[in-house]
Design a protein around this ligand. Structure first.
Ligand code: UD1
Ligand code: MG
Length: 430
């Protein structure tokens, strides 16, 4: 579609009470502003983000994820307000969609409705029982006549329940003409973008109200809003996944990052957390396990298992209280209480309870390599860097500090001593 997108993100976000720029707070693992950019990218290849407060930080964050986004730094000192934000912006296409950076829940479906052709301006309207704080939309005979900001409303206008949701699709030619004409003669002494509606009406342009869902267009302004938006986003993500074939036990207790992908039949039990760009294929993630930025294939994890970033786990069983980090496990059993970090372990190998890879010497991280069919007894420490070839047995309690050749037994143990009747000598006869 030949449409330009402008995303307003210059505001300070005072109500968020945070040092992090408001639009960089995350919903389901993705920055709010990035949700808006993604929605924009679904319909446009000409996206401009308006910045001012913490502009450098926000720009840097955007540039680390996206290319081809244009930036415009608002002259807030001289032209504060949503109308000031658009001064000097030149849309490439004949129509422009104006979005807000703090509306992460807007769907492509609603944007499609807002970009419908046939009028000069389409503007988003929500009907609210309590319209406090929003600009009121005066609608006559199905057409918008005016938007009046809360602080400029008469008592009568305050009763209007149709409010401006703040997203508009405008003919670019109108924007180019109207934006420089906006003044700041209002209660807030700000340049109101909403004034373009009146200018359009004065020129007998068609301003079409598009009624949208409050759930999608309610801006996120506080940490309470953030939590409420998260709930909505999580519900959407999980409903889509369940429709696509993922089984979830007590879905309300599960958290899934918007970037996670699922294939085949996956079972997620209660309390599971899936973070980052994880891929889960035909696996069972049991209760209260956490998987972060990893690939899990044909495996079972947990209950209470933890898979940290950059792990690749295939045909493997990981049991309770096993932590895996940046490791490749292929056809492995690690049933209980282990730390497996910076390791690669091949098929048929068994990791006993309490096995630890000592991957860090206080300065650097080292690798542990374990071949096929290796039996690592309980409570072993594998001091990396260390390599264990195929078909090896490592006796329980061994501290392994050297590589082990194929077919060997490795065992380090203090000889066991028993002293008869020592108990009675020590505590006396009872
Ligand atoms: C604006 C609308 C109001 C509408 C409401 C919906 C105007 C004058 N009023 O209110 O009718 O009901 O949105 O949420 O437009 N921003 C900038 N530069 C600025 C000021 C704001 O980029 O100088 C950005 C903010 O970062 C935010 C968006 O514009 O993403 C909306 O700003 P906000 O202050 O929340 O909106 P209001 O002025 O309260
Ligand atoms: Mg404001």
């Amino acid at each position: 579609m030949s449409i330009s997108v402008i995303i307003l993100a210059a505001g300070q976000g005072t109500r968020m009470k945070s040092d992090t720029p408001k639009v960089l707070h995350k919903i389901s693992g993705k920055e709010m502003l990035f949700h808006a950019i993604d929605a924009g990218e679904a319909i446009s290849d000409d996206i401009t983000v308006i910045l001012y407060h913490q502009a450098k930080k926000v720009k840097k964050a955007i540039e680390s994820e996206y290319s081809g986004i244009k930036f415009h730094i608002q002259d807030v000192e001289n032209f504060a307000g949503t109308g000031g934000a658009l001064r000097g912006v030149e849309p490439k296409y004949s129509r422009t969609l104006i979005l807000n950076g703090d509306m992460p829940l807007v769907t492509e479906e609603s944007l499609t409705a807002l970009t419908k052709e046939g009028s000069d301006i389409n503007m988003s309207v929500i009907r609210l029982e309590n319209p406090t704080g929003y600009g009121r939309v005066v609608i006559e005979d199905g057409a918008v006549k005016e938007i009046v900001e809360e602080k400029d409303c008469s008592l009568e206008q305050k009763e209007i329940k149709s409010v401006n949701a703040g997203v508009y699709c405008v003919k670019s030619e109108l924007l180019n003409r109207y934006i420089p004409k906006i003044d700041n003669n209002n209660a807030q002494k700000e340049y109101y973008l909403t004034d373009i509606i009146k200018m359009a009406v004065d020129e007998e342009k068609v301003v079409n109200p598009v009624f949208v869902k409050e759930e999608e267009f309610k801006g996120v302004n506080s940490k309470l809003d953030l939590a409420l938006a998260e709930e909505i986003m999580q519900r959407r993500i999980k409903e889509d996944l369940m429709r696509a074939g993922v089984i979830m036990r007590l879905p309300d207790t599960i958290f899934i990052d918007c970037k996670a992908k699922f294939e085949g039949e996956v079972i997620l039990e209660n309390g599971v957390t899936i973070l980052g760009e994880s891929v889960i294929k035909s696996s069972n993630i049991k209760s209260n396990s956490v998987v972060e930025e990893s690939i899990i294939e044909n495996s079972s994890i947990g209950p209470m298992g933890r898979v940290r970033p950059l792990s690749y786990i295939k045909d493997t069983h990981i049991g309770n209280f096993v932590e895996v980090k940046k490791s490749t496990l292929n056809g492995v059993k690690a049933g209980h209480l282990s730390y497996i970090g910076d390791a690669s372990i091949e098929e048929g190998s068994n990791i006993g309870a309490g096995v630890i890879t000592c991957n860090y010497d206080g300065k650097a991280k080292y690798k542990t390599t374990i071949g096929k069919n290796v039996f690592v007894g309980s409570d072993c420490q594998l001091v990396a860097p260390v390599k264990v070839e195929d078909d090896v047995i490592i006796g329980a309690g061994t501290t392994l500090t050297k590589d082990v050749k194929r077919g060997s037994l490795a065992i380090s143990r203090t000889p066991l001593k028993t002293i008869a009747n020592y108990f009675y000598k020590f505590f006396g006869d009872k």
